[in-house]
Ligand binder design. Structure first.
Ligand code: ATP
Length: 566
């Protein structure tokens, strides 16, 4: 097999990559020989490759070059097409394509009319064909980089991609000579990007993956237990993404321009396209710097325009959009019937997650113990724009050796059919002198079978200790804060400025997670534990809910083993 570069893959050899395919941009990634996933830059040096194709004198432009054509050649430029794939024309929302080739109905599917050949008349290109051409370009970039023809891929899709969307995607990739090994959910890919790193320590955790893209936002709440992911809830907003933030910047500069020149550049299609392109670049610059400039030649009526905006002003103007992102994330947690106190990690994925203010707002929404994995809030965060492609690349390297049947088996949604623990199982250490606190050992929603080992400090004075294994539930304890006692002067000052301070002064309730033991399962006595000693408990729970429990004093002799029937 050979491609245009002449690069050859051995017959039968699979050369697989990960592809993140978004409406705004796509990324391609591979795994290195030492097991690390890396995103590939295309020939223009882009790692986020705009999912755009444009035709000029029958020549095809792709990525950033095609994006530039949105200004002069918008009718021959196809953009934001992923969500049209595999859909009935009647069910699509064509709004994102207002400033590019318009989607049309061909039979019942979606197509575009573009001048991509010599002929005078435009051709009709279906969205499937557009996707195939896009994949060909991605495949070519990856093959050039790897020096071998890529012929297989794991591709990421939103959690709510329908069967017909999945089928259309697989067929479009096949037409580009890419065998789809697997379609994986975007949040699972983002989690994998963190968990499959060679240095990662995989722990049981409840994670929110917030994928904030260009024209939509998707949030998933995922339970990660023993390396298995269960999606507990998802929410989607098709009208919220980076484009809303671009609009804030566009409106700001447009208003400034109107003040000076008494004309609205947004009413001139080319002016609007220029403002969109430069406004987006300005917005991105504000993720790094505290000031950003915008400079546009001949914005409208031949008038050149240049100005600056600082981050504080931008964050003020974008406040409403930012809070839509945080509300969406909170609504996902609620939908999963969880409390924000239950969440261990928030993974911010997608280009818009570079925005520092969004990550900071989430820090104030979630408790301190919750890690917000974004560039602005965590030094160990992975570039949010690269998460999906990296996760897909890890998955591709894991399964590329499997034959089709094995892959089929391995992707059967194990997560939904495996038995799960409905209550948590935990340990209480009971001695004469201490109250038995419930400590969770295996958290509810853990996929079975499961094995856990934990060590606990024995009651201080040691002696005979009863280890009680019990079911438990978590509750949220709400306490009112102590009222702040003010002296007379402070009270007078506050009264004179009531409107201003009353909101801030209101102390919030203190909310904390508390566990309660509900139903004892087994008890084990360990005699003569040393003062200051530790007790180790091991539990194996089978799929039929039967369990084997071992308890022993760390460093002590023997231990107690016991089996519990389901
Ligand atoms: P969708 O399908 O929703 O369009 P996508 O996966 O194609 O999503 P992404 O590449 O994840 O899109 O995100 C694109 C958005 O991210 C754009 O609005 C872009 O302006 C924004 N973005 C990219 N980099 C940054 C940055 N550094 N700061 C702020 N926003 C950014």
């Amino acid at each position: 097999m050979s491609d245009e570069t002449g690069a050859v893959a051995d017959a039968g050899e699979r050369v697989a990559i990960g592809i993140a395919f978004g409406n705004s941009s796509s990324s391609i990634a591979f795994t290195t020989s030492d097991g690390k996933a890396e995103v590939i830059a295309n020939e223009e040096g882009d790692r986020q490759i705009p999912s755009i194709l444009s035709y000029v004198d029958k020549e095809e432009f792709h990525g950033t070059q095609a994006k530039a054509q949105l200004i002069r050649n918008s009718k021959n430029t196809v953009a934001y097409f992923r969500d049209y794939l595999g859909k009935d024309f009647k069910s699509i929302d064509p709004t994102p394509s207002h400033q590019s080739a318009h989607p049309q109905q061909i039979d019942s599917t979606v197509a575009f009319s573009v001048h991509d050949t010599d002929s005078e008349a435009p051709s009709t290109v279906t969205v499937s064909e557009v996707t195939t051409r896009h994949f060909r370009r991605l495949k070519q970039s990856a093959s050039d980089f790897l020096g071998k023809t890529v012929n297989a891929a794991v591709i990421t899709v939103p959690t709510n991609f329908s069967d017909s969307q999945r089928e259309a995607l697989i067929a479009a990739a096949k037409n580009a000579d890419i065998e789809v090994l697997q379609l994986i959910h975007e949040p699972a890919a983002a989690l994998l990007a963190y968990d499959a790193r060679p240095e990662a320590v995989v722990e049981d955790k409840l994670v929110v993956v917030a994928d904030l893209g260009g024209i939509r936002s998707d949030v998933a709440v995922v339970a990660s237990r023993g390396g298995m992911y269960t999606i507990l809830a998802t929410v989607h907003d098709y009208e919220l993404g980076g484009a809303n933030l671009d609009q804030v910047v566009i409106d700001y500069f447009a208003k400034e321009f109107i003040k000076k020149h008494k004309v609205d550049p947004r009413e001139d299609p080319r002016g609007l396209a220029k403002l969109k392109a430069e406004g987006e670049a300005t917005k991105k610059a504000l993720s790094i710097g505290t000031n950003a400039t915008l400079s546009i030649e001949s914005l409208t009526n031949g008038i050149d325009y240049g100005s600056t905006i600082n981050r504080t002003r931008y964050e003020l103007l974008a406040g409403k959009v930012f809070s839509q992102f945080t509300s969406l994330i909170q609504s996902a947690v609620k939908k999963a019937e969880l409390d924000i106190l239950d969440i261990d990690e928030v993974i911010l994925a997608g280009g818009t997650s570079h925005t520092p203010k969004i990550a900071r707002l989430l820090e104030s929404v979630f408790p301190e113990k919750t890690t917000i994995l974004a560039p602005a809030t965590s030094p160990t965060a992975i570039n949010p724009s690269e998460l999906a492609a990296r996760g897909a690349a890890y998955q591709a390297s894991l399964i590329q050796e499997f034959d089709a049947e094995d892959i089929e088996q391995s992707i059967h949604p194990m997560v939904t059919v495996t038995p799960h623990l409905s209550s948590a199982i935990g340990v209480q250490l009971v001695s004469a002198a201490e109250d038995a606190v419930f400590r969770p050992l295996v958290i509810n929603r853990t996929a079975l079978p499961a094995r856990r080992v934990a060590q606990y400090l024995a009651p201080k004075e040691g002696g005979d200790v009863l280890v009680r294994i019990t079911e438990g539930v978590r509750d949220i304890k709400v306490t009112k804060p102590e009222p702040i006692v003010k002296d007379k002067k402070e009270q007078e000052e506050e009264d004179s400025d009531e409107d201003f301070t009353s909101d801030e002064e209101e102390e919030e309730d203190i909310r904390e997670v508390v566990w309660k033991a509900t139903k004892p399962i087994a008890e084990v006595a360990i005699k003569g534990v040393k003062a200051g000693g530790k007790i180790e408990v091991t539990i194996n729970i089978n799929s039929d809910l039967g369990a084997q429990i071992t308890a022993r004093e760390v460093g002590g002799k023997g231990g107690v083993r016991l089996a519990v029937e389901s």
